[in-house]
Design a protein around this ligand. Structure first.
Ligand code: DPP
Ligand code: ZN
Length: 844
């Protein structure tokens, strides 16, 4: 397979100022007539090369004259004499056979599109690259009964009936030039939830969320989040919406979470539909965050887009940062930060330490679909956050204002963004740019010396080598730190923002009479691993006294990691957990008392001791559960609200109650099982019901089987809830989990739907204990699934195989078994380039 390189970038030879598309829609055969005006870009004599994949070309004209040129491979190459031309193609495609879910496809009886990154070429012949911007007019015609609703980007300008009303048509135009990856079309039997928003300049926007009629009431939360996002972007970034309508459509089959198509977002229904009976508090939060994310893309992504796909983090890192800020403003900022850091460490740090490590701006790829990663998205957001920290709120806002002013309507690079930040703030970001080029998670080593009344902190940074990048240079990173007085528990002076630029940085702090306690990387100001051999007593102290909530959480996590990574007594940790449990913010307590996952404990060591980690963690959980038995029961009973509310306070109490239930189960007491089953049966919301089912699924409780069966019966037919039912079984630590998971692949409800695959196979893939069974059966299962999905949906298949790439972190026996599965994948005929890239890089 061909490798695409950033260094090979060249501006497009031909531009396409206008596109007219005419769709004759039907699932088994859709005809697409495309009329492109093309103009030569600069003085050259290169041909016009159009991309096309799985298209049947029926006719082609150039300036109205029939042309017999045929596509070769996935390109249609036209030699044009003049500097402008009108190209008209007619192609046939088969949406019902499109299982990759890229291009135009069928989902749940509707037709919809997904074009990012390279799906538009599966709809018509086109220069499928983000730096070709066009204005679109779209006409579509379809059976009026099967597809009563016809949507596309922009505004609807006309509609009508044909054939005595059997078919109907609609015309849409989008005045804003856009790259083809933002094109969208939907035809379906849908009903809207409607609302309105008045923008800051007084323009009224018609909002609609379209879904199956029965699901309309479940769109209310998404609609509220949309309106909140629109107002938030005006206040915080001065960004106003720019069309008269904003449509969202929920579809059941979707590779991603959602897609920011101009004026017509298409969502995975998992991130739209929410009601208390079927969605957890985490689901409600995710709906709001994804709705905000896609809305924010209207400026960071659509009005200003990417020059090429290497710049993906330009829009994704910035937009994730914006949605994180937004979510922090809706509830507890600290809890949101803890959550974001937890997932960064769980997914992105592993990626940065593995065979597919890449910088937030990669410089080569085989399949761009493999680069929609935690690095591009979440580390990308951390890089933006560091700019925010370095420049301050006002400086950062000046930078984004300049960026919007300078680049509106353009397809630009990460460099353009950094330059706007630099120009607006007057700060030199030369060294900061290394974050865009270097992969790997920096490690910051710390020592603290105290002499007389001076504290000296020495900070050293190193970044380990990653594939293709043996030598790393120091990066520019902001580290928030503070000192605390051990006796009084009070902070000594103000928090400091230290900027590391050299390999070693020394910070001297005067007027510190006694040896202080050091609080470092507060609020996780830099995405690094801090290596500070700090006494347990200091961690206990910070977990109680630090005035930065993230740092309090972190102190307890680090104490837990120290404790769980070694044998020996766990009294300090158990005592600190007890003290935290006595706090007064349920949402914070719930996050802080959770022990690090087995995977995160494994990440701390060179070789993951799969079984020992599980045993040790269970033992410590048991000790913490029994030592504070009464307090856990008090937290459980004291936070059990009779009435349900979707407020930050109520969510925090539910979270603490359910974390307490987990600890109570760890006591091994029958009373806990009885409470869990009662909660399962009597719950008035999904958060409580699935929390109870999850602890039961992880246990030997006699009610286990009945609970799983009852849950299935109650919710069968509701895909997103049945996904949860698959997941709790695949995530169980029970010895029979692999057998149960394999059996579930034969369940009538198992399918190649991406959400379903993630809910079962994806969930099993992160079950460290059971995936990494020493006999290799877990690895074989994962590879079987990848091979079964690959011919259907390669981008999903490639994602499912990620855990196999981590073989270097395991003992020789397991590593050999994992490699054998990767080799088996590579030897498979007709493997997709998606899976080929992941497997070959994993073995290299
Ligand atoms: N661009 C989408 C998103 O991240 C992913 N396809 O919002
Ligand atoms: Zn995005």
């Amino acid at each position: 397979p061909h490798t695409v390189r950033l260094s090979d970038y060249r501006p497009p030879d031909w531009l396409v100022p206008t596109v007219a598309l005419d769709f004759d829609l039907a699932p088994g055969c859709t005809r697409v007539r495309a009329t492109l005006t093309v103009t030569r870009n600069g003085a050259h004599d290169r041909p016009l090369v159009l991309d096309g994949q799985e298209l049947r070309l029926l006719s082609l004209t150039v300036d109205g004259v029939a042309d017999a040129t045929q596509p070769v491979g996935e390109h249609l190459t036209l030699r044009l004499a003049g500097d402008t031309a009108v190209i008209e193609t007619l192609v046939e495609i088969v949406p019902s056979a499109n299982t990759r879910l890229m291009g135009l496809y069928a989902s749940g009886g509707n037709l919809c599109t997904q074009c990012e990154a390279e799906g538009f070429r599966r709809i018509t012949f086109f220069p499928d690259r983000p730096d070709v911007l066009s204005t679109y007019s779209v006409r579509m015609k379809a059976d009026a009964r099967a597809y009563p609703v016809l949507l596309a980007n922009g505004n609807m300008v006309a509609r009508g009936d044909d054939d005595g009303g059997d078919t109907h048509w609609a015309e849409w135009t989008d005045p804003w030039p856009k790259p083809c990856y933002l094109f969208a079309l939907v035809a379906g039997d849908l009903q809207p939830l409607r609302d309105r928003f008045t923008t800051m300049s007084g323009r009224e926007v018609q909002l609609a969320i379209w879904t199956a009629a029965a699901d309309v009431p479940r769109c209310a939360h998404a609609m509220a989040a949309l309106k909140t996002s629109m107002a938030w972007d005006e206040v915080h970034y001065g960004r106003e919406y720019d069309l008269d309508v904003f449509n969202i459509v929920a579809v059941a089959d979707f590779n991603f979470g959602a897609m920011e198509n101009k004026g017509l977002n298409v969502f995975n229904s998992k991130y739209i539909l929410a009601d208390p009976e079927t969605a957890t508090d985490a689901d409600f939060d995710a709906v709001a965050a994804v709705v905000a994310h896609e809305y924010f893309h209207n400026w960071t992504g659509n009005r200003i887009t990417c020059r090429d796909w290497f710049q993906l983090s330009l829009k994704e890192g910035l937009t994730v940062f914006r949605d994180q800020q937004f979510s922090g403003d809706q509830g507890s900022r600290a809890v949101r930060r803890i959550d974001d850091v937890r997932s960064l460490r769980a997914v992105q740090f592993q990626e940065d330490a593995g065979p597919t490590a890449h910088p937030i701006r990669p410089d080569h790829y085989i399949e761009i679909g493999n680069f929609y990663t935690a690095t591009v998205y979440n580390k990308g957001a951390e890089v933006i956050r560091m700019l925010y920290t370095l420049l301050g709120e006002a400086g950062f806002r000046a930078g984004t204002d300049l960026y919007f002013e300078r680049h509106d309507g353009q397809a630009v690079t990460c460099e353009d963004f950094v330059r706007a930040m630099e120009d607006a703030s007057g700060r030199d970001l030369t060294q900061f740019r290394r974050w865009y080029e270097q992969a790997g998670t920096p490690r910051v080593g710390v020592t603290l010396a105290h002499e007389g009344s001076t504290a000296t902190i020495t900070l050293t940074q190193t970044t380990p080598p990653t594939p293709g990048q043996p030598i790393k240079l120091p990066v520019h990173l902001p580290l928030r730190l503070a000192l605390f007085d051990r006796a009084s528990g009070a902070r000594i002076g103000d928090e400091r923002l230290v900027e590391l630029t050299e390999a070693t940085t020394t910070v001297v702090i005067p007027d510190v009479p006694t040896r202080p306690v050091l609080s470092l990387n507060r609020d996780f100001s830099a995405p690094v691993i801090v290596e500070h051999a700090c006494p347990a007593a200091d961690r206990v102290f910070l977990s109680a006294h630090d005035d930065d909530p993230f740092a309090r959480y972190e102190a307890l996590q680090q104490l837990a990691l120290d404790t769980l990574s070694a044998e020996g007594p766990c009294d300090d940790l158990v005592a600190a957990l007890g003290a935290t449990l006595g706090g007064d913010d349920p949402a914070f307590i719930a996050e802080a008392v959770l022990l690090p996952t087995e995977a995160f404990i494994g990440d701390q060591a060179a070789v993951v001791a799969v079984d020992a980690i599980h045993a040790r963690r269970e033992a410590v959980r048991h000790a913490a559960a029994t030592a504070h038995r009464d307090a856990w029961w008090a937290a459980y009973r004291g936070n059990a609200d009779a009435a349900y509310a979707q407020t930050p306070e109520a969510k925090g109490r539910r979270r603490l109650k359910n974390v307490a239930l987990g600890y109570l189960m760890a006591t091994g007491e029958r009373e806990a099982e009885v409470a869990a089953y009662a909660q399962f049966e009597n719950a008035n919301n999904m958060t409580d019901r699935i929390a109870a089912l999850s602890v039961l699924a992880n246990s030997d409780a006699p009610e286990r089987t009945a609970a799983l069966a009852a849950f299935y019966d109650r919710f069968k037919g509701d895909a997103s809830v049945i996904d949860k039912w698959f997941s709790v079984q695949a995530m169980s630590s029970r010895a029979d989990t692999l057998a149960a998971t394999i059996a579930l692949t034969r369940h009538p409800d198992f399918s190649h739907n991406p959400n379903r695959l993630r809910s079962l196979v994806g969930a099993f893939g992160v079950n460290q204990l059971r995936l990494h069974a020493a006999d290799g059966a877990g690895y074989a299962f994962l590879a079987d699934q990848v091979l079964s999905v690959d011919p259907v949906n390669p981008s999903t298949a490639a994602r499912l195989m990620t855990p196999l790439g981590r073989w270097r972190r395991f003992d020789e026996g397991r590593a050999a078994l994992m490699r054998a599965q990767l080799q088996r994948l590579l030897k498979t005929p007709r493997l997709s380039k998606d899976v080929f890239e992941m497997a070959s890089k994993s073995l290299a």
